[in-house]
Design a protein around this ligand. Structure first.
Ligand code: ADP
Ligand code: ASP
Ligand code: MG
Length: 414
């Protein structure tokens, strides 16, 4: 007899947003089990539950402790996983829901952004051997001191990928409310095109620069273990997009996709002395606070002082500003200016690696449309520009059209 396949399926918040949607997920999971597969399902919290829980906490305390936040938000996934198990029982399927603690998803101790250290597979395997469908509450883990942690927003994707790696699953499917990865967020760009297959590196850049369809860290782990991911719709049957290890190909387009984020803010330290070691001091101190810096720009003036600007996630802004003000005092620099009114657009494609001119084309397109660029950063396969927030969506449209991403055979070819 052929060996049973092990399939890990992850259903996002939009796929389990209400009772009917949960029943739809139960039908799909049941169908997969009926085909003779072992099925491990990872679920997110229903709809906007996580946001609502965060708002609730903020009504009680504007600065809630991160430990208590994890205690609170991890309940969202416990609700959806138990309800899904009940929906499967109703269909006469044997299913069991498990929390991160019950599975043994061991993480470090950094609340709200914990990293997975190890996953125990014993309990899941035991339940699968009893022919049960195993439903795991996503987004959560446990420290060696039995403290509940969460894995950062969108972290159920990471739970699914890490479980698929630990269990050596045959397939890892990410079910969501779109039928795959598009050349841009289809909610903003209505003629965005679905991509059949995308390289890990491209997906990493898109995700890190605002394409929230899959969590960046989940893609990082999938890349590390070379686990292909299938992103597809929980409401339709058709194939989605495969994210995988892909060698650059002569047929690759120069640009594969564009992304927009409004989640960052810009901090400027003015009149910093233009001497060696200052930048090192500034960014070391920020790193020591676990603050992730995205873009950095330094403008040297003729007066031997410089302005250093950097961008951070708005969620780290309060901390970054506090630290910057302390630093400004310490190094005797000028004021600290904060600008939350920014957006960042990014153009991504492995095809750029071997081709010059993409940056120039990107800047010309923005210039032609009178969009001012405030900061620029590039990598081998991406170009990002910071703009005024009000120009973000327009810039995304201009670049999507300018690189002819809506058509498969545009001038967007090498
Ligand atoms: P889930 O609830 O399944 O985790 P998310 O809301 O986190 O779903 O992600 C799905 C959303 O990501 C889509 O509805 C879509 O608007 C958005 N998105 C952003 N960029 C892209 C892209 N390039 N391709 C597809 N979807 C994208
Ligand atoms: N519920 C969590 C969030 O909203 C995790 C997830 O959905 O992946 O971020
Ligand atoms: Mg998500």
């Amino acid at each position: 007899m052929a060996k049973k396949k092990l399939i890990v399926q992850k259903y996002g918040g939009s796929s389990v947003g209400n009772v009917d949607k949960l029943k739809n997920v139960a039908d799909r999971v049941a169908a997969c089990a009926k085909e003779g597969n072992n099925v491990v399902v990872v679920v997110s919290a229903m709809g906007d539950t996580t946001d609502e829980l965060i708002e609730l906490a903020e009504q009680i305390n504007a600065y809630p402790s991160e430990r208590e936040m994890d205690m609170l938000v991890s309940t969202g996934e416990q609700i959806s996983s138990s309800l899904l198990a009940m929906a499967l029982h109703r269909k006469d399927y044997d299913a069991i829901s498990l929390t991160g603690l019950q599975v043994g998803i061991l993480t470090d101790k950094y609340h709200t952004k914990a990293k997975i250290l190890r996953i125990e597979t014993k309990r899941i395997k035991k339940e699968l051997n009893k022919n049960k469908i195993v439903i795991v509450a996503g987004y959560q883990g446990i420290t060696d001191e039995m403290e509940i942690t969460t894995l950062g927003r969108g972290g159920s994707d990471l739970s699914a990928v890490a479980l698929a790696v630990a269990l050596k699953a045959d397939v890892c499917e990410i079910y969501t409310d779109v039928d795959g990865i598009y050349t841009a967020d289809p909610r903003i760009i209505t003629d965005a095109r679905k991509i059949e297959c995308i390289a890990f590196d491209e997906m990493l850049e898109l995700a890190a620069n605002g394409a929230q369809v899959i969590q960046t860290r989940a893609v990082e782990v999938a890349k590390k273990y070379n686990l292909p991911l299938h992103v597809r719709s929980s409401f339709e049957k058709k194939e989605g997009t495969i994210i995988m290890n892909k060698n650059a190909n002569i047929e690759d387009p120069l640009v594969s996709g564009v992304a927009l984020t409004e989640d960052e803010a810009k901090v400027t330290l003015c009149n910093v002395s233009d001497t060696p070691g200052i930048a090192a001091k500034v960014f070391n101190e920020l790193a020591n606070e676990n603050i992730n810096i995205d873009m950095i720009v330094q403008n040297v003036s003729r007066l031997k002082t410089t302005d250093i600007s950097f961008t951070v996630l708005k969620s780290s802004l309060r901390n970054a500003v506090k630290k910057s003000m302390e630093l400004a005092k310490k190094i005797g620099s000028g004021e600290v200016i904060v600008d939350e009114d920014i957006a960042k657009i990014s153009v991504v494609g492995v095809g750029m690696k071997s081709h010059s001119g993409v940056a120039a084309r990107c800047f010309s397109l923005l210039a032609k449309n009178k969009i001012n660029i405030e900061m620029i950063s590039t990598s081998e396969i991406s170009i990002s520009c910071v703009l005024k927030k009000s120009e973000g969506k327009k810039a995304l449209k201009v670049l999507h059209a300018g690189f002819e991403l809506e058509s498969k055979k545009g001038s967007n070819k090498k």
